[in-house]
Design a protein around this ligand. Structure first.
Ligand SMILES: [Zn+2]
Length: 538
């Protein structure tokens, strides 16, 4: 582990204990802080790291992301920056021409708001690639846009019935349009594509980890792992190619439940047997519902612009049984909940687990919590359930004004992402990015959490300004809050805790405009007392 390090010469801040004048790290952990650190250093060999006026705090964690998918986005056509359908089609044409031997063109992820109601036509892609299948994932990863050849290979025709847990939008003549929504539909086409070589997946994990290190992040919750992805993480660990720490959430599928549980336990034990502190698989992922932008998020009251009130992925009783079963096996449930009905059903499932299995420090996670009914807020604290949120989403951008607000109507639109309300109820809050759905950079998320403003600084006073968080609270949600979710002794500068640290060029609490948090720079990132990233020092 190298010799002990004394950090001094800048601001040192812990989200749970406040400002400190010095920090000693030894053997990968916090050894001493404040005056104790100075005293310890005076009697022990050590080296000194001069922070040169920088700001040191615990490293960020990402409480919900898809690092493997994110790492894979660098492969394939670069559709993420495209600002129109035409741009996407040209990029797919360019990529297909540059890769004439690829049997399938796969890419991610395009902006669903570029076509009315997120409905994209297969024929638009046929113009660029008529002879080979094309599959593009949308930004939400719940939707794909495919060309006619892909529909054909997947056997999706006018006669294909609506799948369970999915939707096939159609033209007026009944033929499939080319957009497929939710697993039941998406899986039809993904199942037809050949599996990806493992080395591509391992390289994606490694690339994602290096990118995270440059953002000050040392721990990431991969929120959707199936056996192929798990194998890639295990290989990455065996080859010492994990730049940071990952916890894997094993994906539970209502169509295969309860048959999956034994395999999940075996997978978790296989990861444990590696004895690698950078990899664990202690979590099981459930989707309670879809997303508002597709009108698949499950609401207590019907959508304003669409028929129905969304889609529950699991029957509530089956979800409750499954959550209790994984809880009894010692897993942490991590439940995607967008709509207020999904949140209620998930909280009910956690109550059922507690009734069935008795009291336990289970730290269930409800991820996204876009809408939570007023009556349900107090249940989080009572259960010890964590609200994981993606703060970058709490802004009035095009996605919100074009796809979300018309579907929710004014009252529910104003009740989204109630971070301050959650905090006032004592809810344990953890932040994440959902990368590659949105940027992995914690400082971008933090700038929105504290300002509720877009990149253009709109609206001037912030969107639903009463739900803004103070800067220290937001920093805590991205550090100690995620460490709590992870069951880690980390995220605070307390002796014995993991010395995962980040050094920033600015004390975020000094900013006059919290929106400027996204201009703060990461100078270095430390994992277990070792520097894993160093930026350009001015
Ligand atoms: Zn996600």
């Amino acid at each position: 582990m190298g010799e002990p390090i004394l950090f001094t010469g800048g601001r040192i801040w812990c989200p749970t204990t406040g400002d400190l004048e010095a920090l000693v790290v030894d053997d990968g952990r916090v050894q001493a802080v404040g005056e104790d650190a100075i005293a310890w250093a005076s009697t022990h060999d050590h080296r000194t790291v001069d922070l040169a006026g920088g700001f040191l705090m615990p490293a960020f964690g990402d409480g919900h992301a898809h690092p493997l998918f994110g790492g894979l986005e660098d492969d394939g056509p670069q559709v993420r920056p495209c600002r129109s359908v035409d741009e996407i089609v040209s990029e797919v044409r360019r990529y297909a021409a540059a890769n004439p031997d690829l049997p399938w063109i796969t890419g991610a992820s395009y902006d669903s708001s570029l076509a009315p109601e997120g409905l994209f036509d297969a024929r638009w892609l046929d113009e660029a690639v008529p002879d080979r299948p094309v599959v593009l994932r949308a930004w939400d990863y719940h939707t794909v846009w495919v060309n006619s050849r892909a529909l054909e290979l997947a056997g999706i025709t006018t006669d294909t019935p609506e799948p369970r847990l999915g939707e096939i939008p159609r033209r007026s003549d009944g033929s499939p349009l080319g957009t497929l929504r939710e697993w039941g539909a998406v899986d039809l086409v993904l199942a037809a594509a050949p599996p990806m070589a493992e080395e591509r997946l391992v390289a994606a994990v490694e690339r994602a980890g290096r990118g995270y290190a440059s953002l000050g992040v040392t721990w990431v919750q991969d929120a959707w792992v199936e056996p192929r992805e798990l194998a890639a993480y295990v290989t990455a660990a065996e080859q010492s190619r994990l730049p940071i720490r990952f916890n894997l959430a094993l994906y539970a599928d209502p169509r295969n439940w309860p048959g999956q549980l034994a395999a999940m336990i075996e997978q978790r034990d296989r990861v444990r047997a590696l004895g690698d502190t950078r990899l664990s698989a202690n979590t099981v992922k459930f989707f309670a519902d879809g997303v508002v932008e597709n009108a698949t998020g499950a609401l207590l009251e019907p959508y304003t612009s669409d028929p129905g009130s969304g889609m529950l992925v699991w029957e509530p009783e089956l979800l409750a049984q499954a959550v209790a079963a994984v809880d009894a096996a010692g897993f942490q449930p991590h439940i995607h909940t967008i709509g207020d009905r999904a949140a209620r059903v998930a909280l009910d499932a956690v109550d059922h687990a507690a009734e069935t299995n008795g009291p336990r420090d289970r730290r269930a996670v409800l991820a996204h919590v876009q809408l939570v009914d007023a009556a349900d807020h107090e249940r989080f604290h009572r259960q010890g359930t964590i609200a994981n949120a993606e703060p970058l989403w709490a802004q009035l951008d095009d996605l919100m004004t074009v796809l979300t607000q018309p579907r929710l109507g004014p009252d529910r639109s104003e009740a989204q992402y109630q971070f301050a309300t959650m905090q006032s109820h004592g809810t344990a809050l953890s932040f994440g990015s959902d990368w590659p759905v949105s940027s992995a950079d914690p400082l971008e998320g933090l700038s929105v959490a504290c300002s509720r403003q877009t990149l253009e600084r709109q609206p001037a006073g912030g969107w639903i300004p009463e739900e803004r968080l103070a800067v220290p609270s937001a920093l805590a949600a991205y550090t100690s809050g995620v460490a709590h979710q992870a069951f880690r002794s980390a995220g605070s500068l307390i002796p014995g805790y993991d010395a995962d640290l980040v050094v920033l060029d600015t004390d975020p609490r000094d900013l006059e405009q919290p929106r400027d948090l996204d201009r703060v720079t990461v100078l270095s990132t430390w994992l277990a007392g070792e520097c894993i990233y160093e930026g350009d020092q001015q």
